[in-house]
Write a protein that binds this ligand. Structure first.
Ligand code: SF4
Length: 243
């Protein structure tokens, strides 16, 4: 294992042991104890959720935070909830995932050329992390961006994850303000030479998918664009991009 891969693996162990946000840690443990009736036979994970995927990935997907009865139960990001069902169907369709379903951490799912992380790695009450919780968790995202040595494209799912990506990239030297990068679905943002390309996307939450605000063809478009940029090579991709 090369040193970046080792460091990436070590980072996931640090995430799992993290206690920086007392409110979130208490909430995740409470949900894990009480459970939802449909999952009463499950032993909930109840800890912070590590990232998941291919350490050699050229694509990084950043969600908002784990779901209380999804990843907080299964221990794997986007696994066991409706948002994950939608995401993995599309990742399978676009060649990034080995199967269209994601039910548990040992369901055999493999990701190809993609790494999935969250802006906040503990499930928050009402799906709403506090500003200090975003700040507390940001160093993990910053470090992952550094350790994904082949990274070319970041897809941010939802406005808050998009802002978290920009904040992380500013810590890595991006000088332009967030206002220079307006959020829109399937929008490509050019951050400058030697930086990954950033695509903003609606989040695949039921609030979006059940209302038709985000359809599968719209979501596929995001990952087909990411694939095209990844395959085109960074210089050609940047030359053809719009910000
Ligand atoms: S949200 Fe992030 S920083 Fe806060 S306790 Fe969980 S892993 Fe740690």
């Amino acid at each position: 294992m090369n040193s970046a891969r080792t460091a990436l693996a070590d980072l996931q162990l640090q995430v799992i042991a993290c206690e920086r946000c007392p409110r979130l840690r208490a909430w995740c443990q409470q949900v894990a104890r009480r459970k939802r009736a449909a999952f009463r036979d499950w032993e909930y994970w109840g800890k912070p959720i590590p990232s998941f995927g291919d350490p050699d990935a050229r694509l990084l997907i950043v969600g908002l935070a784990p779901a209380a009865h999804g990843a907080n139960r299964t221990g794997r990001i986007f696994t066991g909830d409706r948002s994950g069902d939608f995401l993995f169907r599309v990742l399978h369709h676009t060649g990034f995932a080995s199967q269209p379903v994601s039910r548990s951490h040992d369901d055999g799912l493999r990701l190809h050329d993609v790494w999935i992380a969250a802006a906040v790695r503990c499930a928050p009450p009402k799906n709403k992390p506090l500003p200090e919780e975003f700040r507390n968790c940001r160093p993990y995202l910053v470090r992952e961006i550094q350790l994904l040595t082949r990274l070319r494209v970041i897809v941010a799912l939802g406005r808050l994850a998009f802002r978290a990506c920009l904040d992380a990239l500013r810590e890595l030297g991006l000088e332009r303000p967030p206002a220079d990068f307006p959020f829109a679905h399937a929008r490509l943002h050019r951050l400058g030479p030697d930086r990954p390309l950033l695509i903003s996307s609606y989040h695949p939450s039921q609030q979006n998918t059940l209302t038709g605000r985000l359809t599968e063809p719209m979501f596929r478009r995001v990952f087909l664009l990411a694939r095209r940029l990844m395959d085109a090579g960074s210089e050609a991709a940047r030359a053809g991009s719009r910000s």
